[in-house]
Design a protein around this ligand. Structure first.
Ligand code: PEP
Ligand code: MG
Length: 539
């Protein structure tokens, strides 16, 4: 048994087998295809192979465990004949011109999240089944599992990697991941943020050697360590801790359905942060009142080429519809810095965090921005969408962004395309925006404070640099004073102000934020109920 200390990026305990992350094997990549018919035929062949595999699995299982227990393989075969499932895959291949693997993976995920939201217990269980059959088809399509009949369904595992880029993390099949442990990485990176969004324990900066694949381990995200080859006694004591953790979570469930109000009756909008459509299920499960930050750049990171207007429209519309009238704040493209995308052909920069990123790219390449704005306004006809622009440093940037938004609205009007009433807000994450907050407030409907970047730029500390973690003080008085300034400026102008950076979920500051007059907090889905618990006790 060996204990290795890393840095905790997200709490929680898991016990399981380690799988060393291989950059090639684990992700379903989205690629553009040109021959729709050939792609669909490829899918059809894989589907037929899967049905044959399931039929022989059924036969084998009947002999070994009896007819009743074997029935699941019959259900799986029937699912592979389901018209809605097949239509969705076909439609995706045809209209989005994507590879069959991606169409199957996305359809599997979408159906699984719909099933898991249903009240009926039987239907809820179908979520895992639809994922199972989709994974089987993907394995066949990608040649990982030729016609193997005996392949065991893999249990979820602990992912160990040197480092994970946000684009790699977002593409991992989260139902198969128990925890992330990286040898490099920083607690403020987007990969760490994604782990929090996915509610998965995560460690960074963990000096593991290369011989860990297949070994059993305990990941303790609460104290930031991983225990390799744990002894029986250690496993038993961690199982006890796990049970206690589960009980604590269950206790919080009593807060579902309750309003988020302070003792003195002030209601705080308690929203959740997401990286894509797949996270909406967790938002609903944790009873957030809306989505306060949809990091739309993850749609771009998952793709091999610029997502089209329609692809984006479909994603935004799905989220808006799933949230059924609750607020969905979608942040416009925020790439650059650690979020690099090959097809943008961005130059290598000396200081990428201070470079060509976010709104700067959008204003410099308005065709990209306008495609996104068109998709956003079109989707706004299907729910309660708000638009938020990141990395604002000057007044003219807001004015220019609004001008482009107006021109998109005019185009849609001329084309007779419907759109809703959309709130337009900005992120406050540069010290310049804080200092100009009173002027900026006159231009927009709301402010959302991005404390991750605001801390980085205020303290002059690269949030990616693990060596500086001890200096990256999110409670720094300079940052807290800035938050107060922003809230005051917002209120003077009659608009609301929230926090969507990670600090919003820091329950040791909840009371301070409420006293500062914060109107909204947007946190990772798993933190919604703990933050609600805190707010309910605040004067
Ligand atoms: C932030 O900077 O606080 C923020 C919410 O945005 P991101 O972490 O994606 O840069
Ligand atoms: Mg930011």
């Amino acid at each position: 048994m060996i204990t290795i200390n890393g840095k905790a990026a997200f709490g929680g305990i898991v016990i399981g087998k380690i799988k060393e992350f291989s950059k090639e094997k684990n992700v379903v990549r989205r690629t553009k295809i040109t021959d729709v018919e050939a792609e669909y035929t490829r899918f059809e062949h894989a589907r037929e192979t899967a049905i044959t595999q399931l039929a022989s699995l059924y036969e084998k299982a009947v002999k070994e465990v009896g007819e009743t227990n074997a029935a699941i393989f019959e259900v799986h075969q029937m699912m592979l004949e389901d018209d809605d499932y097949l239509d969705s895959i076909k439609n995706m291949i045809e209209t989005q011109m994507v590879n069959a693997e991606f169409a199957v993976a996305t359809t599997g995920d979408n159906f699984a999240s719909i099933f898991s939201e249903m009240d009926d217990e039987y239907m809820k269980e179908r979520a895992a089944d639809v994922k199972d059959i989709s994974e089987r088809v993907i394995r066949i399509l990608s040649g990982i599992e030729e016609a193997s009949e005996d392949s065991e369904e893999e249990d979820p595992f602990i992912v160990v990697a040197d480092d994970l880029a946000p684009s790699e993390t977002i593409q991992l099949d989260r139902s198969k991941v128990l925890a992330f442990v990286t040898r490099k990485g920083s607690t403020n990176s987007h990969t760490a943020i994604l782990a929090r969004t996915m509610n998965i324990p995560a460690l960074v900066c963990t000096p593991l050697d290369n011989e860990v694949d297949g070994r059993i381990a305990v990941v303790d995200g609460n104290s930031g360590k991983i225990i390799l080859d744990p002894e029986e006694e250690t496993i038993v004591s961690y199982e006890k801790l796990l049970k206690e953790e589960r009980e604590r979570k269950e206790l919080l469930l009593r807060l579902k359905g309750q309003k988020t109000v302070t003792k003195s009756g002030k209601e705080i909008k308690l929203y959740a942060n997401i990286g894509g459509v797949k996270d909406v299920a967790a938002v609903l499960q944790n009873d957030a009142a809306g989505i306060g930050l949809f990091r739309s750049e993850f749609l771009y990171l998952q793709s091999d080429t610029y997502p089209t207007e329609n692809e984006q429209f479909n994603a935004y519309k799905t989220v808006a519809e799933m949230m059924a009238g609750k607020k969905v704040i979608i942040r416009t493209l925020d790439i650059g810095a650690d979020k690099q995308i090959d097809y943008f052909n961005l130059d290598k920069e000396e200081n990428p965090a201070l470079g060509y990123r976010a709104v700067r790219i959008c204003l410099d390449r308005p065709e990209i921005f306008k495609t996104q704005l068109r998709a956003l306004y079109r989707a706004s006809a299907y729910g309660n969408i708000a638009i938020m622009v990141p990395m604002i440093a000057s007044l003219w940037e807001v004015q220019k962004a609004k001008e482009l938004a107006e021109s998109v609205k005019e185009e849609l009007k001329t084309e007779g395309i419907a759109f809703g009433d959309v709130e337009f807000g900005i992120m406050i994450e540069t010290p310049a925006a804080v200092m100009l907050a009173d002027e900026l407030a006159k231009e927009v409907d709301f402010f959302s404070i991005g404390t991750n970047d605001l801390t980085q730029y205020t303290l002059a500390i690269d949030r990616q640099n693990a060596k500086l973690d001890m200096f990256y003080d999110a409670h720094h008085p300079a940052v807290l004073r800035m938050i107060q300034m922003v809230i005051d400026s917002a209120h003077k102008a009659g608009i609301w102000a929230g926090i969507c950076g990670e600090l919003g979920a820091d329950t040791t500051l909840t009371e301070t934020f409420v006293q500062m007059g914060i109107d909204e907090l947007s946190v990772s889905p798993a933190m919604v109920l703990p933050v609600r618990d805190k707010i309910l006790g605040v004067e």
